[in-house]
Design a protein around this ligand. Structure first.
Ligand SMILES: Cc1cc2nc3c(=O)[nH]c(=O)nc-3n(C[C@H](O)[C@H](O)[C@H](O)COP(=O)(O)OP(=O)(O)OC[C@H]3O[C@@H](n4cnc5c(N)ncnc54)[C@H](O)[C@@H]3O)c2cc1C
Length: 378
């Protein structure tokens, strides 16, 4: 089967569905409760080749395109958002950007261990004082003997606690705005880089989110990703791809919530419940079509920034609405801790906040629709 062919995506979907049902589902509730992802599950993702999805085969990757990736993420998220988000971050905002922006030497050094799952990837842009306005970040770097020295703090960083590769963004001088920002690929453990705290959160529990501190972290010149000053460009391009991935995760949660809703409406099909079911189906169908379109445009090499934003905007809203309806129709039993409807509702609510909030998707869409040239935020 040729990589990238439609059948290829179907084969990847089937593989992910089997893994999700057989290996992940028995642990899904425990992952949420303990807020930890068992190493055995990450090992299973690696064994199935999922951690190398979309990466070039000559770099240890497993082929597959964006259509394959969105199918895989939907299947995993329908069972455990944490597992899907771990994979989405590892690939979309770490391994894929390094494969795209790295030099030949960096690609050879960094990508194969990520593709094989020997290292997990993370992406560190957000800071305690800079999220949506990424150009306002304050983590600094300076030239130092034999490379660079980086100091600062990063907030809400997924996968960072266990990551073996982290793409970190820092500025040479905040006064330079977006032109001062560069990207560095760090390989922890490395002196000066530490996890300051694990952040307890409402949903996506099990996808570990941490605050990172960088205290005079020394890196060699080989850590600089792309030309100096191109960091924001790299971040925004990674986030556009990342948005397609997060939209797929939201779609998976929306689908799981829809399945619950339909089962409950089958048992009691009061007219108001039938209306909710029909509306949920419309929202789910719109989200599915938009995620597919964004992936197709990305695979075709077409401009997909607006498609990624609209897919993320609609899919995360659909997840929140359908999960809310599923909870309401399940009644008090659905609201109990440990009930699937309750977990889906908490997970869904986080999607509008990540990879650019809903308001930021609106800004991106307006900018794309109007052809504006203003400096881009996340
Ligand atoms: C579970 C989770 C995982 C995450 N993982 C990562 C990760 O791996 N790597 C990483 O770098 N970051 C990560 N983040 C951070 C996330 O991307 C940021 O939280 C997000 O970009 C918002 O930034 P902020 O938290 O600083 O909020 P702010 O930017 O301060 O925004 C606060 C509110 O103001 C609104 N707002 C801000 N600016 C505008 C504007 N110009 N117009 C209208 N409204 C606006 C926002 O929509 C939001 O509602 C994660 C966050 C969460 C919750």
């Amino acid at each position: 089967m040729a990589p990238g062919a439609p059948d290829d995506a179907a084969a990847w979907r089937a593989r992910a569905r089997r893994l999700a049902e057989e290996t992940v589902r028995p642990h899904a509730e425990e992952i949420d409760r303990a807020d930890r992802l068992p190493a055995a599950i990450v090992g299973a993702l690696a064994a199935e080749g999922l951690l190398g999805l979309g990466l070039p085969e000559e770099l240890g990757g497993r082929g597959g395109d964006s259509r394959a990736l969105v199918a895989v993420l939907e299947e995993l998220a329908a069972v455990s958002s944490a597992v899907a988000v771990e994979l989405a971050v590892h690939l979309s905002v770490c391994a894929h950007p390094i494969a795209r922006w790295g030099s030949d030497e960096q690609r050879r050094q960094y990508v194969p261990p990520l593709a094989r799952g020997e290292r997990i990837g993370a992406f560190a842009l957000t800071e305690p004082g800079a999220g949506s306005d990424a150009a306002g970040l304050r983590t600094r770097y300076a030239a130092a003997a034999g490379g660079f020295e980086i100091s600062g703090a990063k907030m809400f960083i997924s996968n960072a606690a266990t990551a073996g590769t982290i793409v970190v963004f820092a500025t040479r001088d905040p006064a330079l705005g977006h032109r001062g920002i560069s990207a560095f690929a760090l390989r922890p453990p490395t002196p000066g880089l530490s996890v300051a705290q694990r952040l307890d959160k409402l949903g996506l529990r099990g996808s570990e989110t941490t605050e990172l501190v960088l205290d005079r972290v020394r890196v060699g010149p080989e850590a600089l990703l792309g030309p100096e000053g191109d960091g924001l460009k790299i971040a925004l391009s990674a986030l556009a791809g990342g948005r397609v991935g997060i939209a797929s995760c939201a779609l998976g949660v929306a689908r799981a919530a829809f399945d619950r809703l339909r089962a409950d409406v089958r048992a009691d099909d009061a007219p108001w419940k039938r209306h909710r079911l029909a509306r949920a189906f419309a929202d789910l169908s719109a989200a599915r079509a938009l995620v597919a379109r964004a992936a197709e445009r990305k695979d075709a090499g077409e401009e997909f920034v607006a498609d990624a934003s609209v897919a993320k905007f609609v899919a995360s809203r659909a997840a929140v609405q359908i999960a809310s309806d599923a909870l309401e129709i399940a009644g008090p039993a659905g609201a109990r801790s440990g009930a699937e409807a309750e977990r889906l509702f908490r997970d869904a609510r986080v999607f509008p906040l990540v990879e650019g909030t809903t308001e930021i998707q609106e800004l991106i869409l307006a900018r794309e629709l109007l052809g504006s040239k203003e400096e881009r935020t996340v």
